[in-house]
Design a protein around this ligand. Structure first.
Ligand SMILES: Nc1nc2c(c(=O)[nH]1)N[C@H]1C(S)=C(S)[C@@H](COP(=O)(O)O)O[C@H]1N2
Ligand SMILES: [Mo]
Length: 351
């Protein structure tokens, strides 16, 4: 297979699932039959449990914030548990970039309060020859890159299952504000991996967070080494805000938001395939249109793994607002997870 194909998340996951299944059975000394039995018994977390590696202990977390640290105003956001949806009307006439205070927040767990001077980024695994850690100030002194990129939640637009089909999809009921564009500044992940002695045999990279559930989702080494895969410490020129991953988060450009792990604590680099709950059971598409082969099923993968976002568009208007009749200039945007929209279609005479 062309190694470039591994930049496509779906291709990558399909291949890795099969490999993972065989490797784990060997590493753990468990027979294939026993793994199948375990998976059959499992009610959800079996694959993740088999995979679980001891996490490094981190003492840098002072406590948890309760949920969200930044100012939450109802005219800025729709709040849904620990998540904040951007209100598009606030972007009217504001330009391309979403300011930090208006940027959406998607938190699986409350925002952890991490002390930067006690925090370290640990790089470990059999894919590096010199496992080591980096302090915050070390990272700030390394060569940095700034890119303008959108981060969009895989579930953005999910509430339309209810409005369009009369059937709600489970999960956060986003309208269209589960997206934001910012300028991200940080150290290319390649630079960090190189300094830990990246081996040419490295295959997968697992960024592991410090939030309550240690959210983690693997990416292939090819994507980890891309120019715009960054270990980010600044957002729109400011220190990365707590809710967006302080002290550092990952930016995995163009991939579903969950790949851009916040509150990064360690990075596992492996010569074998890696899997986590977040690409076997969560952030996947389930249904007749998304068949899963038997090997993937056996590895605990419940559906087609969500990859690139479909094109979408939104008006910069309040969700349930009214527009006075007459000739009006409406503004909006369209975007896709792959590239720029090349041919916008303008609808006129709507009213
Ligand atoms: N540690 C951690 N990283 C995470 C998440 C999380 O809950 N915990 N949520 C992910 C999801 S689902 C999305 S869409 C983006 C959202 O980034 P933001 O909150 O900065 O907008 O972060 C991702 N990174
Ligand atoms: Mo997300």
């Amino acid at each position: 297979m062309d190694r470039k194909d591994l930049l496509n998340e779906a291709t990558y996951d399909r291949n890795r699932a099969a490999e993972w299944f065989w490797q784990r059975s060997q590493v753990l000394g468990i027979s294939r039959r026993r793994i199948l039995q375990l998976l059959a018994l499992g009610t959800g977390s079996t694959a993740a449990t088999i995979l679980a590696k001891p996490n490094q202990s981190h003492k840098a977390i002072a406590n948890e914030s309760g949920a969200i640290v930044k100012q939450v105003r109802p005219d800025w956001f729709y709040q849904m548990n620990t998540n904040l949806e951007m209100r598009w009307e606030n972007m009217y006439d504001r330009g391309y970039i979403v300011p930090n205070h208006l940027f959406f927040v998607r938190n699986n767990n409350p925002t952890p309060l991490i002390e930067a001077d006690r925090w370290r980024l640990n790089v470990f695994g059999d894919g590096v020859s010199h496992p080591r850690s980096f302090s915050y100030s070390e990272l700030l002194q390394m060569p940095s890159v700034s890119v303008i990129r959108a981060i969009e939640c895989a579930g953005n637009g999910r509430s339309f299952y209810q409005t369009a089909y009369g059937k709600a999809a489970s999960g956060t009921q986003w309208k269209l504000g589960g997206i934001g564009v910012a300028e991200w500044t940080g150290v290319p992940m390649s630079e960090i991996l190189e300094r830990a002695g990246l081996q040419f045999t490295a295959r997968d990279v697992m960024p592991i967070s410090l939030d309550a559930n240690k959210v983690q989702r693997p990416i292939p080494i090819e994507k980890a080494l891309a120019n715009d895969t960054l270990v980010v410490y600044a957002m729109n020129g400011d220190t990365l805000p707590r809710d967006h991953g302080f002290p550092v988060r990952l930016l995995v450009s163009g991939w579903v938001g969950i790949a851009s792990i916040k509150w990064l604590g360690s990075i596992q680099v492996s010569r074998s395939s890696l899997f986590s709950l977040y690409n076997t059971q969560k952030y996947i598409l389930i249904g007749e249109d998304y068949p899963v082969n038997r090997q993937l099923q056996a590895a605990g993968v419940l559906g087609k793994i969500a990859t690139k976002q479909k094109p979408k568009s939104a008006f910069e208007l309040s969700w349930d607002g009214e527009i006075p009749s007459g000739k009006r200039l409406l503004r909006g945007r369209s975007w896709s997870g792959v590239d720029k929209i090349s041919k916008p279609i303008f609808l006129t005479n709507l009213f």
